[in-house]
Design a protein around this ligand. Structure first.
Ligand code: C2E
Ligand code: MG
Ligand code: MG
Length: 683
C-alpha cells in the first residue's frame, strides 16, 4: 500500500482510497476497537512513528502499539474515552529514531445509533513546530521587554491615542507610576501647544523623529525627541514610540546659540546677532514707515586705560559702559558690542532724527560720568556716529558703515561728541586707513623732525631748559603741527614708534649741544600716556640714555595730567624713571581731571601751568587766581613752577610778582629747528 501513487487510486475500492488519503494527510490516524483495545486501522505515519508498519500494527493493543512508557502516560485518558468522553491532550513523544516531538492527541469515541461504543478514533497532530514558534514568540517578547527596560529611552504603545504599555524609562522621565499612565490618553502628558503636532504625526502615521515637549507629573515641561511608527499587533494598528529626554541637548544648543550671538564680556548681543535683528527691525520700520537710528559708539580713551591700568580694569570699564548704555535705552532699543571699545545701538522708538541726537547726547553724558573701578576714578569719554533709516541707507551694512564714518568724523572734530552721517563722510573711513599708512611711511622716510623751544628763568631770563616738539615735515604740505597727528597716532598704535624716535633724537641732540660746548641743561620730551604701556618706558629710556651717552639729569619727561590716574603701572614707571635720575614734569597742569593727591604720592619735579591760564593773565581775574594758586601749590610741594604760552611782557610781570620759576612761550622764543636753536644757546 505504501507504494500506491495518487493517480492509481482512482477507480479502486473505498478501502484503497481511504488508505491513500489517510497515508497522505499530515497527521497520525488510528482506530481501536473498545473491547481489547486492539488496533483496527492505522495510517502509515501512526504505525511508523510507533515503530511498526501499517500491517504489523493491526491487532496490536494500544499498550503494545505505543510501548510501555507511553502507555503509562496515557492510560488515564484511555479510561476516559472508554467511558465515552472525547479526550484531547498534548504529550511529548519519542520517535523510534530518538527524536523528541510534541503531539496533540484527540481521542474520539465512536458510537453506533444506540449509543453503543464501536471504537475510538485516534487523531494525532505533530505540534512541535507550533510549540517552538510559540516559544520563540514568548522569548522574543521577553527579550523585547528586557530590552525596553534596559534602554534609557522611554518606550510606549498606544492604541488610538490611549496608552497601552510603557517601559520603566518612560515612567522615570515623566515621574508617573505605570498604572497612572496605562489607559490614559497620550495627550494628557503633552502640553497643549504640542497637541496639534502630535495629532498630526499620529494621524498621518509619520515615522520621522520630531521634537516636542511632555509634561512631568510635577508640572514642568521636558523637551523630548519622539520617533513612533505604526505596528500591527494581532492585526490591530498600534503606535509604538520611543522618546528621549533632550533637555541637556537643548540646553547645550541654547548655550551654543547664546555664545554665537553674544559678547562674552558684557553679555550684550554681538555683531552677528545685531545684524540679524537689524534686518528684522528694518523690515518692520519699512512696513510702518518709521525711523530707525544706528549709533556707532567708540570710547575715546579706552586704549590708554587698557594699557596703563591693565586688561582687567579695561574689561571692567567696558562692562560698566555697557551697563550705562542700557540704562539710557528703552525696551525697543538694542545695544551690542562689536568688539574692542565699540558699541552699536539700534534706536527704534523715536519720532525725528533730532530725538535720536538727544539720545546720543544723553548717552555721551551718562558714559562720561566718573567711573570708580578698584579705587581708580576713570572717565570714559565716547564719540558717537549716527545714521538714520531710511535717510542714510536701507540695509544693515550701509547703515552701520555710515554710522561708523560719522563716528570717525565725530572723533576728528573733537572727541566726546556725536555726529550724524552726511553723504561724503563714508570715504572718511578709507581716508583714515590711508592716513595711517601715510604716517607709517613718514616714520620710515624720516619725515619727522624736532623743533626746540627755550625755557627761561623768570627772574633773569637765563636759558634753563629746552622742550623738544615734534613736527612732520611733509614733502607737499610743509610743516605739520603735532596736534594734527599725535592723537591720531595714539589711537592707531603708532605713538610708540614716533615717541621713541623723539626721545632718541632729543637726547642725541642735547648731548651733541653739550659736546659743542653749550651750557648743559635738561631737554624736555613729551611722553604720551600710551607709551607707559607695560612699564617698558623705563627700559626704553635707559637704553636711549645709554646709546646717546646723555646723563639722566639732562632729560625731562612731560606727562599730561590725564595719565596720572591712580595706577600701579604709572606709579612703578614714575618710580623707575626717578631712580634713573630723570626729571618728571606735569604738562598742561590745571586742565586735567586728576586729583591733587598724586602730586604728593608720585615723584614729580615740575608743574607746567597750562597756557590757557596764561593767555588772559592781564585781564581775567579767574586766570590770575588759578595761575597764582598753581604757583603757590608748586612752592608748597617743593616743585618747580613753569608757565607755558607766555607771549607778552605783562604776563611775565605777573609771573615774576607771584614767584613763578620758569617760563616758556613766544616771548622767550619760538620753537625752532636745531640749527637755529644754537642762537638761543650760545653763551
Ligand atoms: P605742549 O607740550 O604743551 O607744547 C607746547 C605747545 O605750545 C607747542 O605746540 C608749542 O608750539 C606751543 N607754544 C609755545 N609757545 C607758545 C606761545 O607763546 N603761545 C602759544 N599759543 N603757543 C605756544 P605744538 O608744538 O604744536 O605741540 C602741541 C602739543 O603736541 C604739545 O603741547 C604736546 O602735548 C604735543 N606734542 C608735541 N610734541 C610731541 C611729542 O614729541 N610727543 C608727544 N607725545 N606729544 C607731543
Ligand atoms: Mg609739552
Ligand atoms: Mg603744554
Amino acid at each position: 500500500m505504501a507504494g500506491i501513487a495518487p493517480g492509481k487510486a482512482e477507480g479502486q475500492g473505498g478501502d484503497a482510497l481511504l488508505r491513500l488519503v489517510a497515508d497522505n494527510v499530515p497527521a497520525l490516524i488510528a482506530y481501536y476497537e473498545p473491547k481489547n483495545l486492539s488496533c483496527v486501522f492505522a495510517n502509515k505515519a501512526y504505525a511508523e512513528s510507533n515503530g511498526w508498519t501499517v500491517d504489523s500494527i493491526i491487532g496490536k493493543t494500544v499498550r503494545e502499539a505505543i510501548g510501555e512508557k507511553a502507555w503509562l502516560m496515557i492510560e488515564p485518558q484511555v479510561a476516559r474515552v472508554l467511558k465515552g468522553e472525547r479526550v484531547d491532550y498534548v504529550r511529548p513523544m519519542n520517535l523510534p529514531n530518538g527524536e523528541q516531538r510534541v503531539i496533540e492527541v484527540h481521542l474520539i469515541p465512536h458510537f453506533d445509533g444506540q449509543a453503543q461504543m464501536l471504537g475510538a478514533f485516534v487523531l494525532i497532530t505533530d505540534i512541535t513546530r507550533h510549540r517552538l514558534a510559540e516559544r520563540s514568540v514568548r522569548e522574543s517578547e521577553e527579550r523585547l521587554r528586557k530590552f525596553a527596560e534596559a534602554t534609557r529611552e522611554g518606550i510606549f504603545f498606544h492604541k488610538n491615542g490611549v496608552l497601552a504599555d510603557v517601559n520603566e524609562a518612560l515612567l522615570q522621565i515623566c515621574g508617573y507610576a505605570r498604572e497612572e499612565m496605562i489607559g490614559t490618553k497620550v495627550l494628557e502628558f503633552v502640553p497643549p501647544e504640542w497637541h496639534l503636532t502630535m495629532i498630526e504625526f499620529m494621524r498621518r502615521e509619520r515615522e520621522e523623529p520630531y521634537e516636542a515637549e511632555i509634561v512631568h507629573k510635577k508640572g514642568h515641561k521636558i523637551a523630548v525627541e519622539i520617533a513612533a511608527k505604526t505596528v500591527y499587533v494581532n492585526g490591530e494598528a498600534q503606535r509604538l514610540g520611543a522618546l528621549r529626554d533632550i533637555t541637556a541637548r537643548k540646553h547645550a544648543e541654547a548655550r551654543i546659540h547664546y555664545l554665537a550671538h553674544h559678547d562674552m564680556l558684557t553679555g550684550l548681543p554681538n555683531r552677528a546677532y545685531l545684524t540679524e535683528r537689524l534686518t528684522t527691525i528694518l523690515a518692520l520700520a519699512r512696513r510702518h514707515g518709521t525711523l530707525v537710528a544706528i549709533m556707532f559708539i567708540d570710547l575715546d580713551n579706552f586704549k590708554t586705560v587698557n594699557d596703563t591700568l591693565g586688561h582687567h580694569v579695561g574689561d571692567a570699564l567696558l562692562k560698566e559702559v555697557a551697563a550705562r548704555i542700557k540704562v539710557v535705552l528703552r525696551e525697543a532699543d538694542m545695544v551690542s558690542r562689536l568688539g574692542g571699545d565699540e558699541f552699536l545701538v539700534i534706536l527704534a522708538d523715536f519720532a525725528t532724527p533730532e530725538d535720536a541726537g538727544k539720545v546720543a547726547d544723553k548717552l555721551l553724558q551718562t558714559i562720561s560720568a566718573p567711573i570708580v573701578l578698584e579705587c581708580h576714578e576713570l572717565y570714559a569719554n565716547a564719540s558717537i556716529g549716527i545714521s538714520v533709516f531710511p535717510r542714510d541707507g536701507d540695509n544693515p551694512e550701509d547703515l552701520i558703515r555710515h554710522a561708523d564714518a560719522a563716528m570717525y568724523s565725530a572723533k576728528d572734530h573733537g572727541r566726546g561728541h556725536s555726529r550724524f552721517y552726511t553723504p561724503g563722510l563714508s570715504s572718511e573711513g578709507a581716508e583714515m586707513m590711508a592716513r595711517e599708512a601715510r604716517l607709517r611711511e613718514a616714520l620710515q622716510l624720516g619725515e619727522f623732525v624736532l623743533y626746540y623751544q627755550p625755557q627761561r628763568s623768570v627772574q633773569d631770563l637765563r636759558l634753563v631748559g629746552i622742550e623738544a616738539l615734534v613736527r612732520w615735515r611733509h614733502p607737499e604740505r610743509g610743516l605739520i603741527d603735532p596736534s594734527e597727528f599725535i592723537e591720531f597716532a595714539e589711537t592707531r598704535g603708532l605713538i610708540d614708534e614716533i615717541g621713541h624716535y623723539v626721545l632718541r633724537e632729543a637726547c642725541r641732540q642735547n648731548k651733541a649741544w653739550q659736546q659743542a660746548g653749550f651750557d648743559a641743561m635738561p631737554i624736555s620730551v613729551n611722553v604720551s600716556a600710551v607709551q607707559f604701556r607695560r612699564g617698558d618706558l623705563v627700559a626704553a629710556v635707559t637704553r636711549v640714555l645709554d646709546e646717546t651717552g646723555l646723563q639722566a639729569r639732562y632729560l625731562e619727561l612731560e606727562l599730561t595730567e590725564g595719565l596720572l590716574m591712580d595706577t600701579e603701572i604709572v606709579g612703578a614707571a614714575l618710580a623707575g624713571l626717578r631712580a634713573l635720575g630723570v626729571t618728571i614734569t606735569i604738562d598742561d597742569f590745571g586742565t586735567g581731571y586728576s586729583s591733587l593727591s598724586y602730586l604728593k604720592r608720585y615723584p614729580i619735579d615740575k608743574l607746567k601751568i597750562d597756557r590757557s591760564f596764561i593767555g588772559d593773565l592781564g585781564t581775567d581775574v579767574d586766570d590770575r587766581a588759578i595761575a597764582a594758586a598753581i604757583i603757590n601749590l608748586a612752592k608748597t610741594l617743593n616743585l618747580t613752577a613753569l608757565a607755558e604760552g607766555v607771549e607778552r611782557q605783562e604776563q611775565l610781570d605777573f609771573l615774576r610778582a607771584h614767584g613763578c620759576d620758569e617760563f616758556q612761550g613766544y616771548l622767550a622764543g619760538n620753537p625752532v629747528p636745531a640749527e637755529e636753536f644754537a642762537a638761543f644757546a650760545r653763551p
